[in-house]
Design a protein around this ligand. Structure first.
Ligand code: 0L1
Ligand code: MG
Length: 262
């Protein structure tokens, strides 16, 4: 019988290899159905540490399952979080290479640039606005390593919440004076509107979502650092794209962000 440590190493290697080889794989709970939510975060931590050992660098945090609709779909009542690594950040002018991904989808989000370390377990949306230098329009490209994007909560947390790439718009604005809970937006593919939403879909207010993740990190003695980027969660459902497609997310007050897939 394998020790827990051996199983963890095996799972982390399995997920990293799937990502490296751009190959979808069976979800880990098929082989290990008794893994818990807590163990999933431990696996995620080990996966990120492995990426760091291989030269990766954390540059922030992302939230997932922030909309009630997605939570209900997964049968959960809480959001989830993962980490953003430097190689996930793709400049707006650089095409996304489809062949470097498995079955990517794009979703619109609001990014926060944190200007002051913040840690705690009773952090509020107001605290987040106080330490946020800028907000910006963002598109997250999610690319679950699992077959057909099908997984349980445990699977997706261990897989760093399907993180793959993200793109930030070039208009960064102070959140002061903005009503971040009521930003309307649409996501278009090849000039056709694909989804429409408002930022209230993100736990009622994206700043409250960022407060949620800080409080969650606070439970394990972590927090956000000055310079961190936070992707606060998808405002609408994610859409698939193919080589040749151009995706744009247009936000009221925040401007737009786009990418082309090659
Ligand atoms: O960023 C996200 O909302 C993704 C969370 C994981 C669920 C998914 O891959 O759809
Ligand atoms: Mg997302």
């Amino acid at each position: 019988m394998s020790s827990l440590q051996e199983i963890d190493q095996e799972i982390v290697a399995y997920l990293l290899e799937a990502e490296r080889e751009k190959r979808e794989v069976e979800k880990i709970t098929t082989k290990y159905p008794h893994l818990t939510f807590k163990e999933a975060y431990e696996l995620q931590k080990q996966l990120i540490e492995k990426k760091e050992e291989q030269g990766g660098r954390r540059i922030g945090v992302k939230l997932g399952l922030t909309s009630k609709a997605k939570q209900e779909m997964m049968g959960v009542h809480e959001a989830i979080y993962g980490y953003l690594m430097v190689d996930m950040l793709s400049p707006e002018w650089e095409p996304i290479q489809f062949e470097q991904l498995i079955h990517p989808k794009a979703e619109p989000e609001i990014a926060f640039l944190i200007d002051e370390d913040i840690q705690g377990t009773s952090v509020t949306a107001e605290d987040i606005l106080r330490v946020t230098k800028y907000v910006a329009p963002a598109i997250e490209i999610i690319d679950s390593r699992y077959l057909d994007f099908k997984f349980t909560l445990v699977d997706v947390v261990a897989d760093n919440c399907s993180s793959a790439k993200f793109i930030l718009g070039n208009k960064w604005v102070s959140p002061k004076g903005l009503n971040l809970a009521e930003i309307g937006m649409y996501l278009a593919k090849n000039s056709e509107v694909a989804t429409v939403g408002t930022s209230a879909a993100v736990l009622g207010d994206p700043a409250a979502a960022v407060a949620w993740v800080v409080n969650k990190l606070g439970e394990t003695g972590q927090g956000l650092k000055k310079g961190d980027i936070v992707l606060s969660g998808a405002i609408t459902e994610a859409i698939s794209f193919q080589p040749g497609d151009t995706i744009i997310a247009q936000f009221a007050d925040l401007g737009s962000v786009s990418f082309t897939c090659k």
